[in-house]
Design a binder for this molecule. Structure first.
Ligand SMILES: *Cc1c(COP(=O)(O)O)cnc(C)c1O
Length: 423
């Protein structure tokens, strides 16, 4: 295929994410998007099974979200958030507070998921400092977890399985423990927290699904017992709902299934419907109140240049309108049923290790991916956009995907995996 001139001119100047640039397949030249379709510069069309890293929950170019951005761009595309506030950000903060359980009432805006996790970590550390409890600066996180790519976030990822082990020597020392799935593990978790609580600021987890760490899942009961155990030892509990938030697991937030109120929740990805970068850390009242005093030292020490970007907040408000007006959670249930029907039989394909399905997430885990470039290329030949990583091939489509499009994705997956099993 001949590439457009902008591609051949520009590609030598690009450094790709998480790619061995020597051996990685060259990326495809994307020209436009619409609904669940990505159109390439050479005219080929792909049905998207990933929704651009789980962000584009209403599909691409949803007219309501696009229009909100267009309207906002003429009024005020951006203004600094220091000393100035604006309607899109305050409206969104109120809506998020109303949607989230309990007194998760204070929204701190940032521009990426990783930074929202950094902020949640800084909030927790400074919370204890402000409370006069010295030495509580470490975090307990979980194996197979992923929380972003900045140094603080890398330090709470799985040090063995994670993508960051090259940096192990420079990362902050944290406690990365097993997800307490069994009674025994829960007891160990409890004992661990009891022993180290004087050093621990917070426990942090992705609720129900550990996304980029390999789409590992655990039950609402496990999530609830993690939270209860942290509480029992007077340790803060942070949930990173950057992947799971906004319907992906079947409820608006994954924590809704465990009926818990974390001290801080991190949101991003589908927050702004895959249109513009936006994230936030939302804190409970008692966290916020710990920063109120007559000393500037007690104030939260953070403030990104592009925080609360009005265009991104307008997109997020428009996205929430769609959750209000359209049956998104029912659509997730429908996708869930279809994924169950289509993916469960793939368990019998040779080399398949596990099938996991939750909400609008469908995962096929294999014993050995063998040749992931082969898989990637075959999916493109089939006209679908699916990107295997590590040992999984997964689907996280837009909630608005049609039955035909979903059939195309699952059909391609079955065909390609059957061929792959004979490699
Ligand atoms: C994507 C993701 C992040 C990081 O967000 P970025 O916007 O890429 O910085 C953090 N935590 C989870 C659970 C994620 O899925």
């Amino acid at each position: 295929m001949t590439q457009p001139k902008w591609f051949t001119d520009g590609f030598p100047h690009i450094w790709l994410p998480y790619s061995q640039m020597k051996t990685a397949l060259p990326p495809l030249a994307a020209k436009s998007t619409q609904g669940c379709t990505i159109t390439l510069a050479d005219g080929r069309e792909l049905v998207d099974g990933i929704a651009s890293w789980w962000t584009a929950c209403h599909g691409y170019n949803h007219p309501h979200v696009s229009q909100a951005i267009k309207d906002q761009v003429d009024v005020m595309p951006h203004v600094m958030f220091g000393g100035l506030n604006h309607e899109p950000a305050l409206k969104l903060a109120k809506r998020l507070s109303d949607m989230l359980p309990g007194d998760l009432n204070r929204v701190f805006y940032v521009d990426s998921g990783s930074v929202s996790v950094e902020v949640a970590m800084k909030m927790s550390i400074q919370y204890w400092i402000n409370k006069g409890q010295k030495g509580r600066s470490k975090f307990v996180s979980f194996k197979d977890g992923y929380h972003g790519d900045t140094l603080g976030c890398m330090s709470i990822a799985d040090p063995e399985e994670g993508m960051h082990h090259v940096f192990n020597d420079v990362l902050f020392d944290q406690f990365v423990v097993d997800v307490p799935r069994s009674q025994n593990q829960l007891k160990e978790f409890d004992t661990f927290l009891a022993k180290h609580k004087g050093e621990i600021a917070a426990v942090i987890t992705e609720p129900l699904v550990q996304g980029a760490g390999g789409m590992k899942m655990f039950s609402p009961d496990v999530l609830k017992s993690m939270c209860d155990t942290a509480r029992k030892h007077d340790i803060l509990f942070i949930v990173d709902e950057i992947f799971t938030g906004f319907g992906r697991t079947g409820t608006m937030f994954a924590i809704d299934q465990a009926d818990i109120v974390p001290d801080i929740i991190c949101l991003s990805k589908a927050l702004s419907a895959g249109m513009l970068p936006l994230a936030c850390a939302v804190a409970r009242d008692h966290i916020f109140e710990a920063f109120l005093s007559d000393s500037f030292d007690d104030a939260l020490q953070h403030g990104p240049t592009y925080m609360a970007n009005p265009l991104a907040c307008a997109a997020a408000n428009a996205s929430l309108d769609l959750f209000d007006k359209e049956p998104r959670l029912e659509q997730v249930q429908q996708i869930n049923r279809k994924l169950r029907n289509a993916l469960t039989p793939m368990q019998s394909i040779k080399g398949v290790r596990d099938i996991r399905i939750l909400g609008a997430i469908g995962v096929v885990q294999v014993w050995d991916i063998k040749d992931s470039n082969w898989l990637k290329e075959r999916f493109i030949e089939e006209g679908v956009w699916l990107r295997p990583f590590r040992d999984i091939i997964y689907m996280t489509p837009a909630f608005t995907i049609s039955d035909d499009e979903l059939d195309k994705l699952t059909g391609a997956m079955a065909r390609v995996l059957t061929q792959w099993s004979k490699l």
